[in-house]
Design a protein around this ligand. Structure first.
Ligand code: NAD
Length: 489
């Protein structure tokens, strides 16, 4: 067990100490059983301010630590997380309701992301450029922003933590993190691991609590210099409006309604296998999840039949032989089922799923049977709204051009995938699709830890995390001009 870690009582961590003043608590539920697994101590607005001030007080000393040394400390943190990876994975599997094998994969991804950014301490590149004047040198260097407010979603809690905290710290910022209220235990654990590995008190603070209350107080705080938010487009918009009034730098990683095109020349078995993984892995709770399956008419019936067969074979639960677990909470479950019902009322056909799972052992959890729908149009509400659950809509098109046009006709622009054997189609799709990620012959998947990820339109505000591009979020460039022999200028 990490120092002072209490998995039954999750408290805010401010200046390296767990808050014991919180009087309000809310239960943290296991999404698989609906049972209470811990108590979340809710930070007050004053405690959010205390966290921001602790970060403000600590950031300059951290910024003065050479980046190579900051990287060494972050490598130490990765070593510690790796040596206790099973502990972290078990926490994630329980709080997020997912098979342990999936949680282990996510922990490995979080460590990879952490190591990538620890290595950035040895690079943290600027540029040197020629000057227009003699005896003058011109260069850019990166400087930390100051206090970074980081807000994460619940779907993959360990990578979500790593994705933001490591780049913010390597750039020399002090952090106040607000993890999702449904999965706060792993964030508490990971923050303690970083502090135990040598990140100084006050440089990494965690405020625990509900979105509007604690997240809202954090993003509204005037001492915050950069905000990075992963979550819904609705909340992202509010944060951007608020930050815009203060001209605070903000990075938004938001939702998706991702298209998956199946062409008439595709390998239909492979396409159906990837369609299932795209729509239903992590119970569809991925910003990159495939949710609009756009299929050419001549293979429509054959593809749909394979997609349905493979989906019906999926096992629900949190055992390692299971394909998908529950959604994160009862509210999400209700929202998703309501959206399915509305689509049904408007004439869509539900081919499988469409209801809460009732099998023995699952009845207490927030399980939805994986659902395949067709008959909705691309402009119906269910086609334009991210559900963040195990629901795939299938659409019929006649031509490749129609498929790409439909894929692009969305409020979102995060990821997209095509299945084709044609080089021309693969390449023109990669060129013409209006998304941040394009995939050929696989699934709608998110980023590798060293690659930039982000979307267009309602999927974000143009920033990219992680990858080296995340350095642009967490540092500001400074131009430096050095003049020698000034008399000769
Ligand atoms: P959400 O927007 O409800 O919550 C996300 C986080 O924001 C939580 O920590 C929550 O407590 C906090 N929050 C809520 N209201 C807030 C407010 N008014 N002010 C400040 N913080 C607030 O989203 P969710 O339903 O928990 O997460 C799912 C969403 O996240 C989906 O839209 C999904 O696509 C998106 N997501 C995006 C990416 C990406 O990289 N693009 C990755 C994962 C998830």
């Amino acid at each position: 067990m990490l120092d002072n870690f209490d998995p039954a009582n999750v408290r805010s961590l401010i200046g390296g100490k767990a808050l014991d003043s919180s009087v309000r608590k809310t239960p943290i539920l296991d999404p698989h059983s609906g049972e209470t697994i811990a108590q979340l101590h809710l930070a007050s607005e004053a405690e959010v301010t205390a966290a921001v001030l602790a970060a403000r007080a600590a950031w300059q000393a951290w910024a003065a630590v050479p980046p190579v040394e900051r990287g060494r400390i972050l490598h130490q943190a990765c070593n510690l997380i790796e040596s206790r990876a099973d502990e972290l994975s078990a926490i994630v599997a329980r709080e997020a309701g997912k098979p342990l094998k999936d949680a282990k994969g996510e922990t490995a991804g979080a460590i990879q992301c952490g190591r990538f950014f620890a290595g950035e301490g040895q690079r943290l590149f600027g540029r040197t450029m020629p000057s227009g004047a003699p005896n003058k040198s011109a260069m850019t260097v990166r400087q930390p922003c100051g206090v970074a407010a980081l807000i994460t979603a619940a779907n993959t809690p360990a990578p979500n933590f790593a994705w933001k905290v490591f780049p913010a710290l390597i750039c020399g910022n002090a952090v106040v993190l607000k993890p999702a209220e449904d999965t706060p235990i792993s964030a508490d654990w990971m923050a303690r691991a970083l502090i135990q590995a040598g990140v100084p008190a006050g440089v990494l603070n965690v405020v625990q609590g509900l979105g509007a209350e604690v997240g809202g107080a954090l993003t509204a705080h005037p001492d915050v210099d950069v905000i990075s938010f992963t979550g819904s487009t609705r909340v992202g918009r509010m944060i951007a409006e608020q930050a815009g009034r203060r001209l605070t730098k903000v990075s938004l990683e938001l939702g998706g309604k991702n298209a998956f095109i199946v062409c008439d020349d595709a390998d239909l078995d492979k396409a159906a296998t990837w369609a299932v993984a795209s729509a239903f892995s992590n119970a569809g709770q991925r910003c990159a999840a495939g949710s609009r399956f756009i299929v050419m008419s001549s293979v429509y019936d054959a593809f749909l039949a394979k997609f349905i067969d493979k989906t019906k074979a999926l096992k629900l639960g949190v055992g390692d032989d299971c394909a998908l677990g529950p959604v994160i909470n009862e509210r999400q479950l209700t929202n998703i089922l309501t959206a399915i019902e509305q689509a049904r009322t408007e004439g869509a056909r539900v081919h499988c799923g469409g209801h809460r799972a009732s099998a023995a052992g699952l009845e207490g959890g927030f399980y939805i049977e994986p659902t395949i729908i067709d008959g909705a149009t691309n402009s119906d509400t269910i086609s334009c709204t991210e559900l963040f659950g195990p629901v795939g809509n299938v659409y019929r098109v006649e031509t490749y051009a129609e498929a790409v046009a439909m894929a692009n006709d969305s409020p979102y622009g995060l990821t997209a995938c095509i299945h084709t054997r044609s080089f021309d189609r693969a390449w023109t799709f990669a060129r013409d699709i209006r998304t941040g990620v394009a995939v050929v012959n696989a699934g709608t998947f998110g980023s590798e830890p060293h690659m930039p990820f982000g979307g267009l339109r309602a999927s974000g505000n143009g920033t990219r995390e992680p990858g080296t591009e995340a350095l642009d979020v967490y540092s500001d460039l400074k131009d430096i001009y050095l003049i020698t022999e000034p008399d000769r200028l």
